[in-house]
Each structure stands twice: as structure tokens, then as C-alpha cells.
Design a protein around this ligand. Structure first.
Ligand code: FE
Ligand code: FE
Length: 303
């Protein structure tokens, strides 16, 4: 590949570009360091739990840890695809995205070490649905961008990465964390980390929505690619949520004591369903816009 020209010497960075705005937002709001979070109370809380309760929280931790690692390892082809297409503002934003995911991976690994499960093999908690999304669909869709940055390839990558993994699974995971641990007054350190993570993920999802929307504007065929892939992935995404909730329910039934950890499986499942529909409706909104410039003006307004 050779460069035909450079944007910054023929004109400027497009300061009003939605992805440039998002880059500015990332620089402002993304300034947190997982190494600064104090996990000493988390360690004490973990040690004070009944052994059955300790086991019960590990599947969620295992899902988050491997999930953040997967998105850290798999994001680079998206950066390269946007760079290849000369999308300077998108590429600039994505530099912050890569850094965010590295910090998310660090956060969970540090927590595991702090509470004393750092050497445990938590991969036993990965269900077939989990493996389908994180071991197979995500890396395959992202790897395809190395050799193919067609609209179809970009839409599929953003659909599994930003809409399903981040928009449905991570969002539902934060919700479960808060539902269970905030109410019980446990784990202030990881809950603080989750708040930061949540803010970062908001930007990541905005990138995904914008990326899919701009390719779907005026293209029924591209909309179909998005919508069909969402439906195809839903079965596995919901399978992950079902597995995690059923595991927790089973553990609760078997426990010979009254746990202080309250958890409502139906509420968790409903939340995931709601997230799925919200993601779809965000892309549906594109039907309101006649052109890319109209869409970009609206997205910039939202950021
Ligand atoms: Fe993340
Ligand atoms: Fe993310």
C-alpha cells in the first residue's frame, strides 16, 4: 500500500467529525488507571463470603476477564481497516479504544489477583454459547478485516464486537454486577472499575452504531446484513445469559444456607433482551436520514 495524499496537509482534521468528537471525549473521560483502584476491601469481602458464594461469582468474573482479553486481542484489524480506508478521525478515536480495552483486561486480572483467585482456571465456566461468540465468531469477523474491508465485512465485525459483545453482553454484565454486589454492599473496588468501564463502553458502542449506520444509510442490502447477523448471534448471546443465570440459580438451590447475595434471574434475562432491542432500534433510526451528511450531523449532535 502507498499513500496518495495526507489529509492534514491538504486541509485539516475534520474537527466536527463525529469520530473526532468521540476521540476528544475519550481523552477527557478516559483518564483512569486500574492500578490506582484499591481492592483491599474487595479482598476482605471475598474472604468473608461462604465458599459456595465465592464459587457463585466466579462464572461472571471468568466471562468478563476472557471477554475483555478477547476484545483487546481482536480490535486491531478494525483499526487497520479504518486506516487503510483513510478514515483519519475514526483511526484517531480507535487509538483510545485499544488503550481502553487493555485497561479493562488489566482491571479484572488485577482483581482476580487481589482476591486470591489469580491462579485458578476459570475457563471451566465458559459454555458452548460463550465459546461460539468469544472463541469463534468474534475473532473470525475481526480477522476477516485483515484481507476484506468491504461494507459487509465491516458491518459484521461491528455487529458482533460492538453490538452483541459490548452492547448486549457487557452491558448486561454490568447490570448483574450492580444488582448483586451493590445491593449487598460488597466489592467497592471492582464496582468503581465497572463504572469507569461502563463509561468507556458507551463510547465504543457509539463507534459501532455510527460505523454500521453510515454503511446502512440508503442501503437495504446492508441493513439486511446487520439485521440477519444480529438475529443469528442472538441465540448464542442469550445462551450465555441463560447459562450464567441457571448456574447461579442451581448453586443457590443447593446452598445449605441463606445467601446475602440477592439475584433475580428473570430480571437479568429481561435486561439482556431489552439491550438487544435497543441496539437494533439505534440502527433502525438510520431510516430517518436521507444522506450520510444528515446522519453525521445528527450523530455529532449526540456526542
Ligand atoms: Fe472493554
Ligand atoms: Fe469495549
Amino acid at each position: 500500500m502507498v499513500h496518495e495524499s495526507f489529509q492534514t496537509v491538504k486541509g485539516q482534521i475534520h474537527w466536527d467529525h463525529p469520530m473526532y468528537k468521540l476521540y476528544e471525549k475519550a481523552k477527557r473521560n478516559g483518564k483512569w488507571n486500574p492500578a490506582d483502584i484499591d481492592f483491599s476491601q474487595d479482598r476482605e469481602d471475598y474472604n468473608n463470603l461462604h465458599p459456595d458464594e465465592r464459587i457463585a461469582i466466579l462464572p461472571l468474573i471468568s466471562s468478563f476477564s476472557a471477554g475483555e482479553e478477547a476484545v483487546t486481542l481482536d480490535i486491531l484489524p478494525m483499526v487497520q481497516a479504518m486506516a487503510r480506508q483513510g478514515r483519519l478521525e475514526d483511526t484517531m478515536f480507535l487509538t483510545t479504544f485499544v488503550h481502553d480495552e487493555a485497561k479493562h483486561t488489566e482491571l479484572f486480572s488485577r482483581w482476580q489477583q487481589a482476591v486470591g483467585v489469580g491462579d485458578m482456571d476459570l475457563s471451566v465456566f465458559h459454555s458452548d454459547s460463550y465459546k461460539r461468540i468469544f472463541y469463534e465468531e468474534l475473532p473470525a469477523a475481526m480477522d476477516r478485516l485483515n484481507t476484506d474491508d468491504s461494507p459487509e465485512a465491516v458491518i459484521r465485525a461491528a455487529t458482533v464486537y460492538n453490538m452483541i459483545v459490548e452492547g448486549v453482553l457487557a452491558e448486561s454484565g454490568y447490570y448483574s454486577f450492580r444488582q448483586v454486589f451493590k445491593k449487598a454492599g460488597l466489592f467497592p473496588g471492582i464496582l468503581q472499575g465497572i463504572d469507569y468501564l461502563n463509561m468507556d463502553e458507551g463510547r465504543h458502542i457509539q463507534f459501532g452504531i455510527y460505523t454500521i449506520q453510515r454503511l446502512v444509510v440508503g442501503s437495504a442490502a446492508n441493513y439486511k446484513i446487520f439485521n440477519d447477523y444480529m438475529d443469528e448471534l442472538w441465540e448464542h448471546a442469550f445462551g450465555i445469559v441463560e447459562y450464567l443465570t441457571s448456574l447461579a440459580e442451581e448453586q443457590r438451590k443447593q446452598a445449605a444456607f441463606q445467601s446475602s447475595l440477592e439475584f433475580d434471574p428473570d430480571m437479568m434475562k429481561e435486561y439482556a433482551v431489552k439491550q438487544f432491542h435497543i441496539r437494533k432500534s439505534k440502527v433502525d433510526r438510520v431510516k430517518r436520514y436521507q444522506s450520510l451528511s444528515e446522519l453525521e450531523a445528527a450523530v455529532t449532535g449526540d456526542i
